[in-house]
Design a binder for this molecule. Structure first.
Ligand SMILES: [Fe+2]
Length: 135
């Protein structure tokens, strides 16, 4: 199983957020495959614009969800989003300068989004929603 294969254990139960997480897994998975096939140079530009657009809309949706469910650590979570958003934009600037290590950096970035952000930080929102539903 690849690290970008969707697993129900990442589900928050919120259809919009889960669909967007699945979308990230799908497009990160194709970048991962392109890296192995040495096609990364061709896909990295469109991938990054996709990723930036994704971080803008998806994090906005997630932040709305946190407010809706009275998530207690919203400020901290929002700071992590701000950091991820600005790092995605910094990667785009590096790409504009033709930095050759961009693919490796980009892959490390999406892996962090998947392994740390979705699997740990977003999971805490999911746990909060479940706990709240069972009260
Ligand atoms: Fe998040």
């Amino acid at each position: 199983m690849g690290i970008f294969d969707w697993d129900e254990k990442f589900a928050t139960g919120n259809t919009l957020i889960d669909t967007e997480h699945q979308r990230l897994f799908a497009f990160a998975g194709s970048l991962d495959r392109a890296t192995h096939d040495d096609d990364a140079e061709m896909v990295v530009g469109p991938f990054l614009s996709n990723l930036i657009e994704y971080t803008e809309t998806h994090y906005r949706h997630e932040e709305a969800l946190m407010r809706e469910v009275d998530y207690p650590d919203i400020a901290a979570h929002q700071r992590i989003h701000d950091d991820l958003r600005s790092r995605a934009r910094a990667l785009e600037t590096s790409l504009g300068y033709g930095k050759s290590t961009i693919t490796t950096e980009l892959m490390a970035f999406v892996k962090e989004m998947r392994l740390r952000h979705i699997a740990q930080e977003d999971k805490r929102i999911a746990d909060h929603i479940r706990k709240r539903a069972s009260l």
